[in-house]
Design a binder for this molecule. Structure first.
Ligand code: 3HC
Length: 299
């Protein structure tokens, strides 16, 4: 673990507290995965959500995933028990005010996130990094909600399923301080991830490249190039994708894919980013993928 305090990696001599605990705001799929990954890496986690049922679902997911890791002999029962004890589930953000780091993983609505960032600024110490797991909302825009704390705001973009996926895309806003970027990379690495920085443009790198590819798969289906099963098998077997793009769209959520395309379209201003009509139609019909048991496929 090292000393509780260490010199600022930016080399400006400021003393910073070592990250012993992180607050994860939002207990959905991503927030639940981030809290679990932290706990499995020896970091205490406050899992924060105003919805206690969501917290119960996250707790059940944590128990199931840890039990699976023990069963697969990836960790001992004692390590799994220790990880379980590291997670504290709270419905009130103020109960997590001792956290040394905060990651917001709430719903992808800019106004909701801005209000959360204002609450986070008030709840946590002045040296606490205020990170967001947003998939496409501008970091600079979110940072504008917290005044001079904007230098502590950064994107920490995890991928689903968080315990399995190796990447954290680190996104610097216009005001993000250099040392905040360095500390974010260091924390992601402590969580067993490879951290790669990118700049704050719509979709960053991952969704700027992934989502138009998924959107194009909907066009291929709509244009009758092939049926979904064939499109997915072609991309799996021919391009070595673990999941075909349409299966992946169901996994991510068709509404999420649609909304990210709309962000790319609005922010980058090109027609090529407009969501495919068939994708829009499925979303309108409520066929959102795995979470509604029907999307491109039925589950
Ligand atoms: N949580 C924890 N562990 C999980 C998990 C989860 N939700 N889902 C799967 N795993 C584990 C399983 O336990 C299994 O480990 P084990 O069998 O050794 O115990 C291992 O992962 C492999 O799982 P499966 O055998 O069930 O199935 P697969 O081999 O098909 O792998 C997958 C599943 C890891 C999801 C794989 O299909 C994959 O990598 N798919 C692509 C996922 C992807 O692209 N994610 C990024 C989405 S984009 C994103 O998140 C960004 C956002 O901004 C949109």
């Amino acid at each position: 673990m090292g000393d509780p305090e260490s010199l600022n990696p930016a080399g400006d001599g400021r003393i910073m507290t070592e990250v012993k605990s992180i607050a994860v705001i939002g207990a959905g799929t991503m927030g639940g995965g981030i809290a679990l990954t932290a706990a499995m890496s020896g970091i205490n986690a406050f899992q924060v959500d105003i919805n206690s049922e969501q917290l119960d679902r996250a707790k059940a997911y944590h128990a199931k995933t840890l039990a699976r890791s023990v069963e697969k002999q990836r960790m001992t029962q004692a390590d799994a028990d220790a990880a379980t004890k590291r997670i504290t589930y709270v419905t009130d953000m103020s109960a997590s005010s001792a956290a040394d780091w905060a990651v917001e993983a709430a719903t992808e609505h800019v106004e909701v996130k801005k209000k959360l960032f204002q609450a986070m600024r008030a709840a946590y110490r002045d040296d606490v990094v205020l990170a967001t797991n947003t998939s496409s909302i501008s970091i600079t825009d979110l940072a504008s909600a917290v005044g001079d704390a904007a230098s502590r705001v950064i994107g920490m973009h995890f991928f689903n399923p968080v315990p399995v996926m190796k990447l954290v895309e680190v996104i610097k806003g216009l005001a993000t301080a250099e040392d905040v970027t360095a500390r974010t990379i260091a924390l992601a690495e402590r969580m067993g991830k490879t951290a790669i920085p990118a700049n704050d443009r719509a979709g960053f790198v991952s969704n700027r490249v992934l989502m138009p590819m998924i959107n194009e798969a909907f066009y291929a289906w709509m244009d009758g190039v092939a049926e979904p099963e064939a499109i997915d098998e072609i991309m799996k077997l021919g391009c070595n994708f673990p999941m075909g793009p349409l299966r992946l769209a169901d996994f991510i959520g068709l509404d999420v894919c649609h909304d990210i395309m709309m962000v790319l379209h609005r922010e980058l201003g090109q027609d090529k980013y407009f969501p495919c009509p068939l994708l829009r139609q499925l979303v309108t019909a409520g066929r959102l993928g795995d979470k509604t048991k029907r999307g491109v496929y039925a589950y």
